[in-house]
Design a protein around this ligand. Structure first.
Ligand SMILES: [Zn+2]
Ligand SMILES: [Zn+2]
Ligand SMILES: [Zn+2]
Length: 335
């Protein structure tokens, strides 16, 4: 079939595009350093039997270019022009630059990205616009893995914005990367002015004590919550059972929920301290995961939609979680 013979393998080499007077001319990447004006028409006739060879590979010979050894072929599938060596007509499969570009754009679209341009210095990388609007630089091979659902595209700019919001919600300011180079840590400034390295995961959960003013998360009041989250993108409706010093803020900023997600707080349980909220919630979640493993939603289903690693359940666990909350409420020391 002609059509499939023109479809390039995305793992093969890329093309560069030359805009000459009429249509773009795709040039194999290995010839990228040949000056653009070298690809002008070359005044020699085309032997008849070459046309048959080209047609058999899904192309039409448009003209001779550059020198005795090159042709500009037009793809019968997409109409794009690609420069090839004449020898390729006889020996190798001929790839169409236009079909390659279409495939690359379609792959990006499947991964929720818009291809913008190829990286100048490394042709394994492209620059894309992510769904959030930011530009991201990623390997083409990674885009394949995103399409296959093996991984996601995490936007660095959005991640920083999320970390800043997490810090603000806890009375800190995110200053930047860890000066000691630990990728799990960031540098923060407390509202008292003190700068401190804190694990990002601890900041996300509001578990950060200031070593100067002594303000401690574990002695501040907290809330255990049960929420229902609807994620229209994946047709998922789940329960989140956790604790936070400020559940409303947590949901808005800290879970990194997609814009279309809808959150309903089903129940809030005031806890006298973060320490107590943490230990009760952890114990309850451990019991639930142990007794109802089939109701624990696999992380892979929502990895890119909710910014947590555990504590997401299917709706059938609603009454069981309510029971856990009843038991916790009965254990809370009266104030
Ligand atoms: Zn084509
Ligand atoms: Zn972004
Ligand atoms: Zn402080």
């Amino acid at each position: 079939m002609q059509k499939s013979s023109n479809l390039p393998d995305a793992r093969n080499g890329p093309f560069v595009v030359i805009r000459d007077k009429s249509a773009p001319l795709y040039i194999p990447h290995r010839s990228r350093n040949v000056a653009p004006d070298m690809w002008s028409d070359y005044p020699l006739s085309i032997p008849d039997h070459w046309h048959d060879l080209a047609r058999a590979k899904g192309f039409r010979i448009d003209r001779r270019v550059r020198d005795r050894g090159h042709l500009a072929l037009q793809c019968l599938t997409c109409g794009a022009h690609t420069a090839v060596k004449i020898a390729a007509l006889r020996t190798s499969a001929v790839r169409c630059g236009g079909c390659a570009a279409q495939l690359r754009d379609a792959n990006a679209q499947d991964a929720d990205l818009v291809f913008l341009r190829r990286d100048e210095n490394d042709h394994h990388y492209g620059v894309f616009r992510a769904a959030c609007g930011h530009e991201v630089r990623r390997q083409f091979a990674l885009i394949e893995r995103v399409r296959a659902g093996e991984t996601g595209i995490r936007c660095g700019a959005c991640l920083v914005a999320r970390e800043e919001a997490e810090a603000r919600a806890n009375g800190w300011e995110r200053l930047g990367a860890d000066p000691k180079g630990n990728p799990s840590y960031r540098l923060y400034r407390h509202k008292c002015g003190h700068k401190q390295r804190i694990a990002r995961a601890n900041m996300r959960h509001g578990q950060c004590d200031c070593s100067r003013c002594g303000e401690s998360w574990s002695s501040k009041p907290s809330t255990i919550y049960l929420a229902r989250i609807v994620l229209p993108e994946v047709g998922l409706e789940v329960l989140k059972f956790g604790y936070s010093a400020n559940p409303k803020l947590r949901f808005k900023h800290q879970l990194g929920l997609s814009k279309s997600a809808r959150v309903t707080m089903l129940r809030l349980l005031d806890m006298p301290t973060g320490h107590l909220a943490c230990s009760e919630e952890k114990a309850a979640n451990a019991r639930l995961a142990r007794d109802y493993p089939d109701s624990v939603v696999p992380h892979s289903l929502y990895a890119d939609l909710i910014n947590v690693c555990s504590e997401i359940y299917t709706l059938d666990l609603l009454l069981r979680i309510e029971q856990e909350m009843d038991h916790i409420a009965a254990r809370i020391p009266t104030r």
